[in-house]
Design a protein around this ligand. Structure first.
Ligand SMILES: [Zn+2]
Length: 151
C-alpha cells in the first residue's frame, strides 16, 4: 500500500497527459481510498475492532438499556481494548460532541419539521433524543477513540 501511495504522489506532481497509465492508476487508487474510508466509517458505526474490523468491541447486551460491557481483547485478532488507566478519559469529549450534534439535529427537526410545538416541547424532544442515544454514544465514542488513538 505504501508503494501505491508513493505512485499517487509521483502522479500528483506531474502533468495528466504525460503518463496516462500511471495517472489512471492514481485515479483508481483515489477511488479505492474513498471506498476504504466508507468501509472504516461502516466499521466504526457497527462498533467493530479498529484493527481487523471483524469482531465486535462490546458484548451483546441482555436488555436494551443495560450497561454496555467492553471485551478485554478482539476475538479475531487479539487487539487489546482494555488499556492503561486514563486511556479513555478523552472519550467524554467525543461523547459530548456526538450528543451535541444529535441534540442540534433533533432540535432543528422538532422546530422546522413539526409545526405548532411550543419551545418547551421542542426542548423536551431534544433532551429526550439526547438521553435515548446516550448508551449508543457511550459505545460509539469509545470505538471512535480507539480508531483515533489505536496504539
Ligand atoms: Zn480485531
Amino acid at each position: 500500500m505504501a508503494f501505491l501511495k508513493q505512485l499517487n504522489l509521483i502522479c500528483a506532481g506531474t502533468r495528466f497527459d504525460c503518463c496516462p497509465v500511471i495517472c489512471n492508476f492514481a485515479v483508481t487508487i483515489r477511488i479505492m481510498e474513498g471506498v476504504s474510508r466508507i468501509n472504516k466509517i461502516t466499521q466504526i458505526a457497527s462498533l467493530k475492532c479498529p484493527n481487523c474490523g471483524k469482531a465486535k468491541v462490546f458484548y451483546k447486551r441482555k436488555y436494551p438499556f443495560s450497561k454496555p460491557l467492553m471485551r478485554e481483547s478482539c476475538e479475531s485478532c487479539g487487539y487489546k481494548f482494555h488499556r492503561e488507566h486514563g486511556y479513555y478519559q478523552g472519550v467524554a469529549w467525543v461523547s459530548y460532541g456526538l450528543a451535541l450534534v444529535e441534540g442540534v439535529i433533533a432540535f432543528l427537526l422538532a422546530r422546522y419539521l413539526v409545526f405548532g410545538l411550543t419551545p418547551i416541547t421542542q426542548l423536551l424532544i431534544t433532551v429526550g433524543v439526547m438521553m435515548f442515544l446516550a448508551m449508543w454514544n457511550f459505545r460509539l465514542a469509545r470505538v471512535i477513540w480507539l480508531n483515533i488513538f489505536p496504539d
